[in-house]
Design a binder for this molecule. Structure first.
Ligand SMILES: Nc1ncnc2c1ncn2[C@@H]1O[C@H](COP(=O)(O)OP(=O)(O)OP(=O)(O)O)[C@@H](O)[C@H]1O
Ligand SMILES: [Mg+2]
Length: 263
């Protein structure tokens, strides 16, 4: 059995616009279908990237797997247990800012490590990850006094410091400048290699998925269905421009997502 199993997930959101769009509109009145029969499985330690058009239900799916959203049809099973709520071993990096604005960087990180009793161990862990994302000197800053990119880095440090069994990442590089994006992406790849934990990442960036993933899943437009799932056996470190197989796959994915002029 796989580590994470997702069986027949269907999800609708309540739609305040209580009318059919057309006479043959099959949407249940009052509801908008977001996910259509999603069946997936994830291996332990796997890094999977989920791609798909905006609004197709990627964040919804990730929230369901992580146990934040329980109003759906179907089943999510992790390690043989049905997911009924979020777990402190499974950390989520949100699409929007997830740092607590009234707490400093240090306090935000402490919060994630509240289960560690030994203060020295806890402090060492916080410093290790602050250094990893190069935020030394900003420990006592509130999020509002950091740039957008620094806030994302602090958030990633907070998530990684917990050494979670599963890391859910919803567009983790949003708001980072190009170079920081590349740097942090490399860092996440290295960390994944080093800690070997399961990571499920939602992204808009096809290049990120190609560089990072062990497997790519592509969802269709809403209601999201699985269009493609592809294992990536390309050697690492990966370079799309130097690896013909990777650049061909990139073109194939662009075409699948309706962008033909790039390919
Ligand atoms: N709380 C909600 N109430 C009603 N509809 C919602 C709610 N949350 C999301 N939706 C709808 O569900 C659909 C999927 O939303 P979701 O946030 O999962 O998309 P997404 O694929 O993550 O998009 P993006 O790439 O833009 O982040 C959207 O059409 C959105 O309008
Ligand atoms: Mg989203």
């Amino acid at each position: 059995m796989s580590y994470i199993e997702i069986k027949n997930i269907n999800k609708s959101h309540y739609n305040k616009r209580n009318k059919k769009r057309a006479p043959d509109d099959s949407t249940k009145i009052g509801f908008i279908q977001v996910l259509d029969n999603i069946d997936l499985s994830f291996e332990e330690g796997e890094m999977v990237c989920i791609l798909g058009p905006s609004g197709c239900g990627k964040s919804t799916l990730l929230n369901i797997i992580a146990g934040f959203d329980t109003a759906y049809d179907g089943e999510v099973i992790i390690n043989d247990k049905k997911v009924k709520h979020a777990s402190s071993n499974h950390i989520f990096v949100f699409q929007q800012n997830g740092l607590l604005p009234w707490m400093t960087v240090w306090e935000n990180m402490e919060l994630g490590l509240r289960n560690i009793q030994d203060t020295e161990v806890k402090n060492e862990r916080i410093m290790e990850y602050i250094e990893l994302v190069e935020l030394n000197g900003f420990e006592d800053h509130l999020p509002s006094s950091l740039s957008g990119g620094m806030q994302r880095r602090a958030e990633l440090a907070r998530a990684l410091a917990v050494k979670p069994d599963i890391l859910y990442l919803d567009e983790p590089f949003t708001g980072l400048d190009y170079l920081t994006h590349l740097k942090i992406r490399e860092e996440v790849v290295n960390i994944h290699e080093y800690i070997g934990k399961t990571m499920i990442m939602v992204t808009h960036f096809i290049e990120d998925a190609l560089i990072m993933a062990d497997r790519i899943i592509i969802l269709s437009e809403r209601p999201g269905r699985v269009l493609m799932t592809r294992k990536l056996d390309f050697p690492r470190p990966r370079n799309i421009n130097k690896d013909r197989g990777l650049s061909e796959l990139r073109d194939e994915i662009f075409l699948m997502l309706g962008v033909s002029y790039v390919a």
